[in-house]
Design a protein. Structure first.
Length: 139
């Protein structure tokens, strides 16, 4: 039997101090449950939405208005950042989207945010779960 995981890797899309969106990974503890079913602390949520994006979908640069978990249920989603880097998320993967416009700033598509697009020949199906309160990763 394998050793139970004691952390969950949280991939976060966030706004850095220069106003640009970046990715980082951090460990969320799984302190509860049993060795065969480790659980995080219960987190508040502010509702959820499902989205279906057809083949060919692509957004323009934008920021997240309310921090939220994004779970890829079907298809593939690419997130592109300023400067040309991107990351593809496949069905079963997730990220926490918290790249909001910096306080006191106005959105500038040449600096802020990210774009998203459907990748491949399957429609993109996502689940957005809004957080109920801000977490340490919303900074």
């Amino acid at each position: 039997m394998s050793t139970p995981a004691t952390t969950f890797t949280q991939v976060t899309l966030f706004t850095d101090t220069d106003g640009r969106a970046r990715f980082r990974e951090s460990a969320l503890p799984l302190p509860d449950g049993t060795p065969t079913s480790m659980l995080s602390a219960l987190m508040p949520s502010g509702g959820f939405q499902l989205r279906h994006s057809p083949v060919g979908f692509r957004s323009s640069f934008h920021c997240t208005t309310t921090p939220q978990w994004v779970f890829i249920l079907g298809g593939q989603m690419e997130i592109g950042l300023q400067g040309g880097t991107s990351r593809v998320f496949m069905a079963g993967q997730h990220f926490y989207s918290a790249d909001t416009v910096p306080e006191g700033a106005s959105f500038d598509a040449a600096i802020h945010g990210h774009w998203s697009r459907q990748v491949g020949d399957e429609p993109l199906v996502t689940l957005f779960v809004r957080t109920g309160t801000r977490t340490r990763d919303d900074e």
